[in-house]
Design a protein around this ligand. Structure first.
Ligand code: PBG
Length: 325
């Protein structure tokens, strides 16, 4: 059988059910991580206190600690050295890269106790830093989708629960769903960044992932920050039709109204990404822990109130460790 939509994917494991359907903030949280090559690497990221770039040995220990505190869902971004990048982002689809290896290690260690989400984009693996392949200065759509399919299949092979498509190319959800069906991978989920704006709030992340575009910007594919709800709903509905299991709105705080509209208009769970710039602002403002607790609870609570089922946030670890949520 080859299906477009498999609603069972979100129910496949208890940890997925808790993440998607659990009503509390704690159950809804996803902690992002950055994995680099090497051993014993644990580098701080400017502007993002508490979030490090880690080699896979260190990352396994970090996630083990998070799991023991009660964070079951984790999103991992691959970070590549310049010498691992090329114009096509080839290494992103390599089963032997640190992201793929760490997913394998974590699944072996924790099985379905954890939900692993992996970022499938081209900006961290291309030498030009764009989320798609180039023809001159243009980001071409369909060849980029072919590459995203290869990356997604690699993530699925090593055991990712959800492949996360953060690129905003047209038609990539359907292409990845079709490929997963063809390869017989019928329990791998797709989380689509359906409504992702060409926002100025991604700065610290781009430093962390060394993924800033070498020229130009992301406005030809990410959504215009001035666009209205119609386009947001169109993008989310299209991804649902193509077979995404979770649809995301990003960033969070400046787009709570959009989050609410999307959550009210689609038939799939909705995630929100509390992005690096938002995290950075809170961390530089609320240096004292009691104040930070109140600010973080206000932020996370606003996502729930607007309709988020899942909250990807760099605040997850502290919020759970300190018992705020
Ligand atoms: C990759 C990607 C980005 C983020 C998540 N996935 C950056 C971008 O689009 O440039 C940003 C996350 C954050 O700021 O925390 N395409």
């Amino acid at each position: 059988m080859k299906l477009k939509i498999r609603p069972r994917i979100n129910r496949w494991t208890e940890s997925r059910r808790n993440l998607v359907y659990g009503p509390s903030i704690a159950e809804s949280l996803v902690q992002p991580h950055f994995v680099v090559s090497g051993e014993d690497v644990n580098e701080e990221i400017p502007g993002m206190p508490g979030v490090n770039r880690q080699s896979k040995d260190v990352l396994v220990r970090t996630i083990a600690e998070d799991v023991s505190m009660g964070i079951a869902a984790h999103m991992i971004f691959p970070v590549m050295d310049d010498n691992e990048k090329d114009s096509l982002g080839t290494r992103a689809a390599d089963d032997e890269m640190p992201l793929q290896l760490v997913v394998g290690d974590l699944k072996q260690k924790f099985g379905n106790e954890i939900v692993l989400m992996t970022d499938a984009c081209l900006c961290t693996s291309t030498d030009h830093g764009h989320c798609g392949l180039l023809d001159g200065q243009d980001i071409v759509n369909d060849p980029s989708v072919e590459m995203l399919v290869r990356i997604s299949l690699s993530h699925a092979r090593v055991g990712a629960d959800y492949v996360c498509l953060s690129d905003m190319m047209d038609g990539r959800v359907g292409a990845v769903r079709t490929a997963l069906e063809k390869e017989g991978m019928k329990s791998t989920g797709i989380m689509s960044y359906s409504v992702k704006y060409a926002s100025s709030f991604y700065g610290p992340f781009r430093d962390a992932a060394s993924s800033a575009p070498a020229f130009g910007d992301r406005s030809s594919h990410q959504m215009d920050v001035r666009s209205d709800y119609r386009e947001a709903i169109l993008e989310a509905k299209e991804d649902v039709k193509e077979g995404c299991d979770i649809s995301m709105v990003k960033p969070g705080l400046s787009y709570l109204d959009v989050l609410r509209e999307v959550a009210a208009n689609i038939e799939r769970p909705v995630a929100v990404y509390n992005v690096s710039g938002e995290y950075s602002m809170v961390m530089s403002y609320a240096k004292e822990i009691e104040q930070r607790k109140r600010v973080v609870l206000e932020v996370l609570g606003s996502f729930k109130r607007a309709g988020a089922d899942i909250i990807v946030s760099y605040h997850a670890r502290e919020a759970v460790r300190e018992g705020w949520v």
